[in-house]
Design a protein around this ligand. Sequence first.
Ligand code: SF4
Length: 399
Amino acid sequence: MNVGIYIQVPFCQTKCTYCNFHTGVVAREKYAPYAAAVRREIVELVARDEISSLRDATVDTVYFGGGTPSLLEPSALAGILGALRRNWGLAGSAGQDPESAREVTSAALPEITLEADPETITPEKARAWIAAGFNRISLGLQSFADRELQAAGRMHRRADIFAAARILREAGFRNISMDLIAGLAQQTRESWEESVARLLEIRPEHISIYLLEIDEGSRLGKESLAGGSRYSAEAIPTDDAMAESYESACARLADAGYEHYEISNWGLPGFRSRHNLKYWRREPYIGLGAGAHSFDGARRWSNVHDSAKYVASIESGASPREVIEPVTAAQALDEELFLGLRQLEGIDLARVEKKYGVSLQARIAGLRQQGLLEMNGANLRLAPAHLTVSNEVFVELLG
Ligand code: SF4
């Protein structure tokens, strides 16, 4: 059995206006104790009985997310990977050799991803990441328009993106993912088309495109819901404009040879995110660090969100786990639907029905009649023309 490891680094240089994640801006002195706590959590996790079902699993993907993990010193990141290798072992032996970054499509090698912000990247750091064993970088670009980046409270600018891409290529990275957000404040149809064009010029191996989320969890969301104008909230594109941006990007990425494999994700052939596929396929993963989530196939649990409390709990020898929940059969079936259907290929309906001993025909009939779900051979999938309303489809499907 294989397992993915997620390492949460919940620190950022500033808080982006649209961000609804549990991340914070803390003094740099907090980074090293946090990395030490994650190393210790790895050691203690392996010693615990609770994950005995995964004790012999092979770690085939590691994903450092956040937050901005690239803020940590490369030696701190390497220390965490080293602790994983010593205590759990990684499939194959990526690392130490820049050539390994060029062979990431080989299933024998683990996929080891680092999320990074463009302005945090230097040639020295990029080389150190390669030497530590990272073979995939996920860069949060969000936009190539300085006006949008500024309104979003991002630290980088358009020029930093080109510099970061050059540095990463020169260091030897052959698997780079880049993100854009459709619907940022100040975004226009022209500025969106320009961002997509520049992205395709760089031609990263993997692309994620997200729609801006407006909710109470971010400063921008709160301002927009209250009808205010701080953070350029009045300049957020309409839902229709956002959907148009997404759809035009779908067409351009397809023309450029990218495979659209999940609602928000595209890859060149052979470059789908192996780690993120585990989430949609309900395969096991272990999350380490503050607020990280885990799933062992039967239970889900999460660590305490607050990074100071997380460090204190690890240092005192206590478990940082906050919530441990068994997944009931009904919940597992719901997960199969709303996670599995995020993948454009859909889910094997007969397999799911057999696994859970249910018929889903009545549940999906209305959505099929409306053309929102469709059969593609043996697979049930979201209708490709209606991906922008996937959340509404999931609400109705699970309701
Ligand atoms: S860099 Fe990412 S995690 Fe950090 S504040 Fe911005 S959006 Fe949130």
